[in-house]
Write a protein that binds this ligand. Structure first.
Ligand code: DGY
Length: 327
């Protein structure tokens, strides 16, 4: 029987040799040589029954789907699928798969890394040392602040939020509160975290981490009003999608020292050059959307994305089906 044709974008970045070999046992795999642009990709997927890709790079809209009339499944090696038009996919009988759970630990670790980097001003200090300046300001002006015993407020208590809470409670004895659309009483009992209304969480927390998915309801959820509620010593971390935060409002809050600093892995417009004002501020630590990018985690993500595709073509319900398609 003819194997289904699966097109894989971005090559090694999303699937390892091991995952590629596994996929080849089950499907006819076509690999992109280099990461194609969306337009180039659209020219190559006319015969594809399935696609394995880094979803955030390839917004799936009707125009994209028109280019792939045979397509039945898109498997993204990301937990987020905000770039997918789910209704349009469903209408055309295309399902979506993603990679939840396997990235919880890596993303939570990156959140903690950013909390530390901002608290201990690691990038500023690194720059001084590299410039041969060592300590050229009064020593006390270089003091950072401790995580231990501080209050962390998590906005969006999903699987990553729970992992983060578990790690900082065990490792740094932090007091964790959360805000979420729905109350998580099981998590409260299990982890000893407590629910707070959003404004109260913003006023109370020393560290604030955003982990909500990007939806119409969460777009610019953190803006001028929310920053004005935070403590002047607050450290703000975004490891969710960039547009959850109103970046102009964040820049203003940082410039006016309304908050102490920010660590960001998501931006309103990614792949920016030097023009973004956040790059000019000393009290920011910026990473290029790499919270899940450890070798171990990306291997797990690639394997899960591939396994789901194979399950689908075997007529099973993939374990990593995007919940929207379960309805
Ligand atoms: C995810 O898994 O959604 C990461 O942010 C990578 O895009």
């Amino acid at each position: 029987m003819k194997k289904p044709v699966v097109f894989c974008t971005e090559n090694k970045y999303i699937i390892s040799d091991k995952t590629e070999a596994y996929l080849k046992e089950h499907v006819e795999l076509i690999r992109a040589e280099e990461r194609p642009t969306k337009e180039a990709l659209m020219r190559q997927i006319g015969d594809a029954d399935g696609l394995i890709c880094m979803g955030p790079n390839y917004p799936v809209d009707s125009c994209f789907l028109n280019a792939a009339p045979r397509l039945r499944v898109i498997s993204t090696t990301s937990v987020g699928y905000d770039t997918f038009n789910l209704a349009e996919m469903k209408q055309r009988g295309v399902i979506g798969l993603h990679t939840p759970d396997v990235l919880n630990s890596s993303v939570a670790d990156h959140g903690i890394a950013l909390m530390f980097a901002v608290s201990r001003r690691l990038t500023e200090m690194d720059k001084l040392v590299r410039q041969g300046k060592w300590i050229d300001t009064p020593f006390w002006e270089m003091y950072g602040c401790e995580l231990s015993g501080k209050k962390l407020g998590i906005i969006g208590m999903g699987r990553i939020g729970e992992t983060l809470a578990r790690k900082v409670i065990a490792g740094f004895d932090m007091e964790v509160s959360y805000y979420n659309r729905s109350r998580k009483t099981g998590t409260e009992a299990e982890l000893g975290v407590h629910y707070l209304p959003l404004d109260k969480l913003l006023q109370d927390s020393d560290y604030i981490v955003t982990l909500v998915p990007l939806t119409e309801g969460t777009y610019h959820m953190i803006s001028h009003r929310e920053f004005s509620l935070m403590k002047p010593g607050a450290i703000f971390i975004n490891i969710a999608r960039g547009p959850v935060v109103d970046e102009a409002a964040l820049v203003e809050a940082l410039e006016n020292h309304e908050i102490y600093g920010a660590g960001l892995d998501g931006f309103e417009k990614e792949h920016f050059g030097e023009g973004n004002p956040l790059t000019k501020l000393p009290n920011t630590v910026l990473t290029p959307h790499i919270a899940s990018a450890t070798t171990e985690c990306r291997e797990r993500m690639g394997q899960l994305a591939a396994r789901g595709l194979v399950e689908f073509f075997e007529g099973k319900t993939p374990s990593n089906l995007i919940p929207y398609f379960r309805k």
